[in-house]
Write a protein that binds this ligand. Sequence first.
Ligand SMILES: O=C(O)CCC(=O)C(=O)O
Ligand SMILES: [Fe+2]
Length: 284
Amino acid sequence: MDLLERTRIRPLKPGFGAELGGVDLPSADDSQMRAVVDAFHHHGAILLRDQTLTPDDLLRFIRHFGEPEGHTLKEFTLPGYPNIFILSNKIVDGKPIGAHNDGVGWHTDYSYKAEPVMCTMLYAVEVPAEGSDTLLADCCAAWDALAAERKAAIADLKLHHSYAHFMRNREWGAMELSPELAAENPDVIHPLIRTHPADGRKALWVSTGTVDEVVGLPNPDGLQLIDELVAWVTQDRFVYRHKWRVGDLLMWDNRCTLHTGTLYDDTKYDRLMHRLWVKGDRPY
Ligand SMILES: O=C(O)CCC(=O)C(=O)O
Ligand SMILES: [Fe+2]
């Protein structure tokens, strides 16, 4: 049996995501790697378990999906690896080595940019025995399940996204932007309904955090609509809950998902994840 035949695919939940078994990334051949990349574009998320990957392995792997994207907060990247961001509660020599509780709250990464990142990859180095699950919501299933009249009513809406709004209001680590960060992150407008370039499927691409306004629908009505749509997308029936094990590599497609981190007892447990991003395109 060749490597490709040994690749087993199991949905993460019916109709969404794929766990790929029988793959050891550093030794995967070209055809197996193609199967992994195809699975990613078609299933919205992929999970590979029991991987042992160095930072260079992670970078080699992510390049099969596109060009790595740099991170907004440079102080939390892995020394020597500007494209690997650390999520952690660990303090080394009196300094936090990573962003802590980053990403708690439903969102899609880099949505405050004109070209948000195409995908996010997390690799688990240390995980708490309980808590810190990552949740992924299938925005295509959420769109498909809407009634036709509801679809027609919201199909052409556009959202105003703001990094300054997000950082000022977030629950953990709220801050005002420095003039440099403000200049690097001007506000942007994106469609509410996003089309996936692989096959034209539509996603209800709503988000909390960076959205401060629905264009043409003054607040509070605009933000109320956002809350209502986020509640719709994040119903259990559209959500996959990932319980981490060391050596897990989970990647999701930000063009058709929302995600959130969850809390854990950071006085009892350590968490250390490596995160990589791939550059994306302008949503349409
Ligand atoms: O830590 C997590 O589980 C999710 C973090 C997150 O939102 C991200 O890395 O983009
Ligand atoms: Fe995130």
